[in-house]
Design a protein around this ligand. Structure first.
Ligand code: I3S
Length: 130
């Protein structure tokens, strides 16, 4: 069952609390609006929740209990880069998806953001090979 589990695009790869702002929607520039988000990386997408799930709940249980993501994006073909030029904040990542949705992710913890960078790159490269 393990290989099947690893292939499931909905399996969670990583989750955590990050600062996030959208900067473009469908290629149209948006005004920044930084705020905390609970971010979940699955095998194929990045999902944003307004708040973190209770420690006790599985993501599935939480979703069944009625919690809906604020937004989610398909990572297939997405571009990942440093957001250094796009923000005065430190430790910023820039993601642009194929439909032209762009956002920045930021953490005050350098290692935390580096781990997110690595996890996102792994997922995006895996999707590129499919
Ligand atoms: O890229 P910008 O325009 O310098 O981003 C800053 C602004 O969006 C600012 O909001 P207003 O211009 O709407 O007041 C935000 O408060 C800042 O956080 C933005 O810059 P950083 O460097 O934090 O991404």
């Amino acid at each position: 069952a393990l290989p099947q589990l690893l292939d499931d695009p909905h399996v969670e790869e990583r989750s955590g609390l990050l600062n996030m702002t959208k900067i473009a929607q469908g290629g149209r520039k948006l005004r920044k609006n930084w705020g905390p988000a609970w971010v979940v990386l699955t095998g194929s997408s990045l999902v944003f929740y307004r708040e973190r799930p209770p420690q006790s709940a599985s993501l599935q249980g939480w979703a069944r209990a009625g919690s809906r993501p604020e937004s989610s994006v398909d990572l297939r073909g997405a571009a990942l880069a440093s957001g250094r030029q796009l923000s005065s904040r430190r430790n910023v990542l820039h993601i642009r998806t194929v439909p032209g949705h762009e956002f920045l992710l930021q953490s005050d913890e350098e290692t935390e953001l580096r781990d997110w960078h690595r996890a996102l790159r792994t997922v995006i490269e895996r999707l590129d090979r499919e």
